[in-house]
Design a binder for this molecule. Structure first.
Ligand SMILES: [Zn+2]
Length: 346
C-alpha cells in the first residue's frame, strides 16, 4: 500500500515485511503475526491458522509463505496470523484453547464482545485487529488430532448472494477436490462474513495430528491463487519454498493463474456433520472409512458402553462421500464424529 498497515501494534511501511509476536490484551497470550505490505495499493488479504492448535499444515504453510513472499510482489497487503491458539499448539491440545480456564473451543465463540475468559478475549482481539481491516479472509484448518480428513473447502455462510458467487468462483481456482457451503454461524470465518461483511473461506487439509510438506504446499498454493484472483499478486509468480530441515535446498513453486481453474472440483449439494449426543459416552465403533461413498440409511457407527454393550447405531441421513471421520475408541457427548457430503450430479 502507499500507506503503512498496522495490526495489533505491528506496523509495516510500504514495501516492507514485519514479523513478531503480538500480545492479546488482558491475557498472557502472544500470537505470531507477519504483515507484508506492498508498494502499490490493493486489497488486504488475511490468512489465519492454528485456531485449533493441532491442525498443522496451515501453520506450516503460513511460515513458508511469510518467508517466501517479497513485498515487491504484493499490491495491497498480506497479513498472516501464524497460529492463533499457541497454548493449544505448544500444549498439544486438540480442539480447545488450553489457556482458557473453561477450555473453550475458540471456533464456537465468534463474534465475541470480549467479556468472558481468555478464549473470548482472543476472539474479540482477532476480529477487531485483523478482520475489520481485511478485504478477504481465509481460515486454515485440518482434521484435528483425532480426525482423518480428505481436503475440502468451505464457503462462508454469507448473507450476500453476490459475495457467495464471487467466493464460489474464487474457490474453483484452488486445488480442493471438494467444495461445500457452510451453514454455520459461530466459526471465525462465518463470523467474518456474517458480522463484518468480509468474503471468507475455510480450508480443511490434513489431519490426525500429522503434517506433510505437500499439504503445506497445497495450502500455500491455494492462498497464492486466491491472492492472484484478487490481483494482490501477479498472474504468474515463482516463489522459493523452504522445506525446513531438508538441507539448504529450496524448491521453487510457480503458479500461473491462467492454469489454475480446477475442473476436477466437485460440489456437495448438502452435507451432514454428525456429533455424539447426550448419553453416548463409551466406545465409538466405525463401520465405514474415510473416502467411502455411503448410502442413506447405511450404518456408520455403533455406540457401545465401556463394557462393550451396544447402546445405539448411527446411520447415514443421506447418500454421501465421507470427508472427515473420527478415529478414537472413546466417544463423549458433543464430539464431532463424521462429515459426509452428497456430490452434485453433473
Ligand atoms: Zn479446526
Amino acid at each position: 500500500m502507499k500507506y503503512s498497515i498496522t495490526a495489533a501494534g505491528l506496523t509495516a511501511e510500504p514495501g516492507t515485511k514485519v514479523q513478531g509476536f503480538v500480545p492479546v490484551p488482558g491475557t498472557k497470550e502472544q500470537i505470531p503475526v507477519t504483515i507484508i505490505n506492498g508498494r502499490e495499493d490493493g486489497k488486504i488479504f488475511l490468512a489465519t491458522a492454528g485456531i485449533h492448535g493441532c491442525e498443522y499444515p496451515g501453520i506450516l504453510a503460513a511460515a513458508q509463505l511469510a518467508e517466501a513472499l517479497d513485498p515487491e510482489q504484493v499490491s495491497g497487503a498480506v497479513i498472516l496470523v501464524h497460529c492463533v491458539n499457541m497454548s493449544s499448539f505448544l500444549g498439544r491440545q486438540p480442539y480447545v484453547c488450553a489457556a482458557d480456564e473453561n477450555r473453550k473451543n475458540l471456533n464456537r465463540l465468534f463474534p465475541s464482545d470480549g467479556t468472558g475468559t481468555v478464549a473470548d478475549l482472543i476472539c474479540r482481539f482477532l476480529t477487531e485487529e485483523f478482520v475489520r481491516q481485511c478485504d478477504f479472509h481465509v481460515d486454515l484448518h485440518s482434521g484435528d488430532m483425532v480426525e482423518e480428513l480428505e481436503a475440502c473447502l468451505l464457503i462462508a455462510n454469507t448473507p450476500d448472494p453476490e459475495q457467495k458467487a464471487m467466493l464460489t468462483d474464487a474457490a474453483k481456482h484452488t486445488r480442493f477436490r471438494w467444495r461445500m457451503n457452510s451453514g454455520g454461524r459461530t466459526e471465525f470465518y462465518n463470523s467474518s462474513a456474517i458480522d463484518f461483511g468480509k468474503p471468507s473461506l475455510l480450508f480443511e487439509r490434513g489431519g490426525a495430528g500429522a503434517w506433510s510438506y505437500q499439504e503445506a504446499e497445497d495450502d500455500m498454493a491455494d492462498l497464492i491463487s486466491l491472492m492472484q484472483y484478487l490481483k494482490i499478486l501477479p498472474e504468474v509468480i515463482t516463489l522459493p519454498v523452504a522445506e525446513f530441515g531438508q538441507g539448504e535446498g529450496k524448491k521453487a513453486l510457480t503458479l500461473d493463474f491462467q492454469k489454475s481453474l480446477n475442473t476436477e472440483q466437485q460440489f456437495f449439494v448438502r452435507h451432514e456433520w454428525t456429533g455424539a449426543e447426550e448419553g453416548d459416552d463409551g466406545f465409538l465403533i466405525p463401520f465405514v472409512s474415510l473416502g467411502e461413498d455411503i448410502r442413506e440409511g447405511q450404518k456408520l457407527f455403533e455406540i457401545r458402553d465401556v463394557f462393550g454393550r451396544k447402546k445405539r447405531e448411527i446411520r447415514a441421513k443421506h447418500d454421501g462421500h465421507i470427508v472427515i471421520i473420527s478415529r478414537t475408541l472413546s466417544v463423549h457427548a458433543g464430539d464431532d464424529l463424521i462429515t459426509y457430503g452428497e456430490i452434485e450430479k453433473k
